[in-house]
Write a protein that binds this ligand. Structure first.
Ligand code: 6LW
Length: 504
């Protein structure tokens, strides 16, 4: 029994491309809301809205105040905020996350998911990552964490109301039973988990019980979804959440990656949010593979009326929600008010190799794309970076009268090329292009070309670098590429920033 009508219309995965992992979704009437992990970036926990589950618009970031998101300078890349659960209950939105770099599990509430979100409620008695929230008929709030363990809590105070109990360990022998979500569906409570680790063996399994605290009976068909061992273009599928569509059909949001290049394959855009239809057979959910292109759901799709703007002119006092900084952002080191129509970044110390570099970037969301920015470096040093983490980044910057491309790969850092900078403002450019050489197992996923534009607009490419070194398989961790502007000495002023998807 399929919930897909054969109209010829399709939708494409990922539905939220770029580094948007660990999606958690909830439905309120005709509206859907989705939250993702954000790690060392500030603001944290990007929030999206949709009416069709396919097209998502970012409406904010739940954790946008330092009092909600404390990421000390020592927060390592891929530390910070892990795996949210977003739910709507009793007229309010509830969001629970783990800050693995200090504050542990934290709970927030909002009446409008676009914000403001509350101050954090701490949960010192809840241990473990990937907290989930589910409410029993009698009002008990169950918090379930990776492992898989469960503890009743008072979500308004953060107090625990009983002992923690082990619920289920997933499939015997499978590592990392995590990302639990607990649901009441029909006569059962279903416990959905990820297992196998968030890499190529990732999968989704499920168990059910008559009561929320078990005992849980595993689905005989576990894992109910995995792409492990296949040559499917979407890999690492797991960390899922269930939701009903406008027609009450069932769907799953989950993370997946799109590795490129030869062997072993490198993914550079991070773990992305995908959507897959779910059917039910004998009281168990059934999911086929997660397709790149799938038949559209049975309800009208609502694509955005206008394409996203290529250019941000920095004409508003607040930055759009897709802009993120590293660990914190203050009005002193990041402002559009100092020089109206410009983004001014003030170096707070350090280079891109340092955790507290002043940086404002956005996720790379397309395999092939071009970013450009117009930089006035007359008051300092600044540049344009393709960043995976502190130890893996390429950049083109203006410093001491030179335009130079720098590559940092693990412990190695080198100036790849440099030229005298053109007078006045300099337009810096970085471009990514997919590489295709199907018979060469050593070929990387893409090339990253960096350079600058002469005053007449001619592009001077200073370097074309193998993109594999800015991949998760090389750098490790849980994030993806972020493209952005930075300052390394005094102030750097940016007039605009373009992000343009390119045809492959
Ligand atoms: C997250 C865990 C996982 O907490 O990766 O893919 C971890 N799943 O559930 C970090 O995102």
């Amino acid at each position: 029994m399929s919930n897909l009508p054969d109209t010829g219309a399709t939708f494409s995965n990922p539905v939220i491309p770029g580094f948007h992992p660990d999606p958690s979704v909830c439905r309120v009437g005709d509206d859907y809301y989705l939250a993702c992990s954000s790690f060392e970036y500030f603001p944290g926990v990007p929030l999206f809205h949709s009416r069709d589950l396919v097209h998502w618009t970012q409406i904010g970031n739940a954790l946008d105040r330092p009092s909600q998101l404390r990421l000390p300078k020592e927060t390592p890349a891929s530390g910070g905020i892990y795996a949210p659960t977003l739910r709507h209950h009793d007229g309010r939105f509830w969001l629970i996350v783990t800050n693995v770099s200090g504050d542990g599990n934290l709970l927030f509430t909002a009446t409008d998911p676009a914000g403001p979100w509350s101050e954090p409620v701490r949960l010192p008695g809840v241990h473990g990552i990937d907290p989930d929230l589910a409410w029993d008929e009698d009002g008990t709030c169950w918090c379930t964490t990776a492992g898989v363990a469960q503890i009743p809590i008072d979500p308004t105070t953060g107090e625990t109301l009983g002992p923690s109990r082990r619920l289920w360990s997933g499939t015997p022998g499978a590592k990392a039973p995590e990302a639990p979500h607990l649901y009441r569906i029909g006569d059962y409570w279903y416990l959905l988990i990820a297992e196998g680790g968030t890499e190529r063996c990732h999968g989704v399994s499920i168990a059910r019980a008559r009561t929320p605290d078990g005992p849980f009976e595993p689905c005989p068909a576990n894992p109910i979804l995995t792409h492990r061992g296949t040559d499917h273009p979407i890999q690492n599928t797991g960390h899922a959440d269930l939701v009903q569509g406008p027609d009450d059909s069932w769907w799953m949001v989950l993370l997946g990656v799109r590795p490129g290049g030869g062997t072993p394959g490198w993914h550079v855009l991070g773990r992305e949010t995908h959507l897959a239809p779910v059917t039910w057979v004998d009281g168990w959910p059934v999911i086929d593979e997660v397709p790149l292109e799938a038949p559209a759901p049975a309800w009208p799709l609502q694509p955005p009326v206008t394409a996203p703007e290529v250019r941000d002119d920095f004409d508003t006092s607040e930055l759009a929600p897709h802009w993120v900084s590293l660990r914190h952002r203050s009005a002193e080191d990041c402002t559009t008010k100092e020089r109206p129509g410009w983004l001014t970044l003030r170096a707070r110390g350090g280079s891109l190799d340092e955790p507290d570099v002043t940086f404002v970037g956005r996720r790379q969301q397309h395999v092939a794309c071009r970013v450009r920015t117009s930089l006035d470096a007359s008051d300092g040093h600044g540049g344009l970076a393709v960043r995976l983490d502190e130890q893996h980044h390429y950049s083109v910057e203006v410093a001491s009268g030179q335009v130079r491309v720098r590559a940092r790969i693990g412990p190695l850092s080198t100036i790849v090329a440099s030229r005298p900078a053109p007078a006045g403002r300099v337009v810096l450019r970085a471009e990514t292009r997919e590489l295709r050489a199907p018979h060469d197992p050593r070929v990387g996923p893409d090339t990253v070309t960096l350079g600058f534009e002469e005053p007449d607009g001619t592009f001077t490419a200073l370097a074309s670098l193998d993109g594999r070194y800015l991949s998760t398989e090389v750098a490790g961790g849980f994030t993806g590429r972020v493209l952005g502007m930075y300052a390394t000495a005094d102030s750097a002023h940016f007039d605009w920033f373009d992000y343009e998807p390119l045809d492959d």
